[in-house]
Ligand binder design. Structure first.
Ligand SMILES: *Cc1c(COP(=O)(O)O)cnc(C)c1O
Length: 362
């Protein structure tokens, strides 16, 4: 096997090696099928087995109750920024949005085209370095739903627990932390995520929606924008992303083999702790962007004493085989994305590298 470098990219991001190897082994011809998964019909019985297994494994991993529908859609999480309000906002035509970063703002922008939006809270004035507290949320009990972003990929903050929104359906963009731990699906009306950060390749969006909310989808909506029609057709109204769903299914199997989402969460907490401990013990040399109670387990954002040192570190890290550490321009500094598939060994090696860099450039 060719050597692989440590890929800290925020997305598309690292996939489990076992998944890549299995896909590689079977790419030319799926066992018992004699065709590549890239060649089979989405209406074939071979594909149906892949589709149903992926749904069943996701259902098992998250203990999704029977009154929820799993949809495999396309056009990225960004399309959900439009589909959520188009389907769920009428007839009330107002919704609450909690703004914790760039992606929440993009979701807000689309929702405003559909109805009246109440920004229930925003931490923008603090450059999104924290998650708002429950007390800060100014929720409208009459809202059609409350939208929040569980993990802020760019800023490196994450909700430790869901906001409490009473009886109003909770809608979540979990694109960068879906499946990083077990969550209680019954708290959600709808949760969605683009697969390319923590669950699979790009081009697939996983949507889990409570079935009663499907009744909100109006017949006047365009077919491809209508959750109810996608649900009635088991996400096969049109040609689905066959390869994306296949890889997503392999990722679910990998998670199950690992011991499920509680086991995954323990690994994720440990990986993040290794890096945050390194910052906290660096005498202020490495400074996390997120406030301690809002720290993300997936995207770890940090700064060095100067931009010059940051550039130097990134250059030396790249040479040493640590790729994708440059932070997003709106935060600056560095970002280590350590999604489910990122190995603990890689985080340990990065921590040694950071400590060594500090010793030489402190
Ligand atoms: C990456 C990302 C998106 C956008 O995903 P696309 O699939 O590119 O549309 C939306 N929300 C969050 C939280 C993200 O991290």
């Amino acid at each position: 096997m060719q050597n692989r470098i440590y890929n800290f990219s925020a997305g598309p991001a690292i996939l489990p090696e076992e998944v890549l190897l299995e896909a590689q082994e079977n790419l030319f011809s799926l066992p018992g099928v004699g065709m590549s998964v890239l060649e089979i019909s989405h209406r074939s019985k071979h594909y149906d087995a892949i589709h149903q297994a992926a749904k069943a494994d996701l259902k098992e991993l998250l203990s999704i109750p029977d009154n929820y529908e799993i949809l495999f859609l396309q056009s990225g999480a960004s399309m959900q920024f439009s589909m959520v309000p188009l389907n769920l906002m009428p007839p009330v035509n107002k919704a609450d949005y909690i703004i914790t970063g760039t992606w929440s703002k993009k979701a807000l922008k689309e929702a405003k085209r559909v109805g009246t939006i109440n920004v229930a809270a925003s931490t923008e004035s603090e450059n999104f370095n924290r998650i708002p507290s429950q007390e800060e949320l100014k929720l409208d009990p009459e809202a059609a739903y409350v939208h929040f972003t569980s993990n802020n990929t760019i800023f490196g903050t994450e909700w430790a627990n869901e906001p409490n929104v009473g009886n109003v359906p909770l809608v979540c963009d979990a694109s960068s932390d879906m499946l990083h731990k077990k969550i209680d699906i019954t708290k959600y009306g709808l949760i969605y995520g683009g697969a390319q950060k923590n669950m699979g390749p790009s081009g697939l969006v996983v949507v889990i929606i409570r079935k009663d909310l499907l009744e909100r989808s109006s017949d006047s909506l365009h077919t491809m924008l209508n959750y109810k029609i996608h649900a009635e057709n088991d996400s096969l109204y049109n040609t689905c992303n066959v390869f994306g769903i296949y890889i997503f299914g392999l990722v679910c199997k990998w998670l199950k083999k690992l011991g499920g989402l509680d086991a995954m969460y323990a690994i994720n907490k440990n990986k993040a702790k290794l890096l945050y401990d390194c910052f906290d013990n660096s005498g202020g040399y490495f400074k996390g962007h997120a406030l301690p109670d809002s720290r993300s387990l997936m995207n770890i954002t940090f700064r060095l004493p100067s931009e010059e040192l940051e550039k130097k570190l990134i250059a030396e890290a790249t040479k040493a085989g640590f790729d994708g550490l440059k932070g997003h321009r709106s935060v600056g500094g560095l970002r280590a994305s350590v999604y489910n598939a990122f190995p603990t060994k890689g985080v340990e090696e990065l921590v040694s590298f950071l400590n060594q860099f500090k010793a030489q450039n402190g």
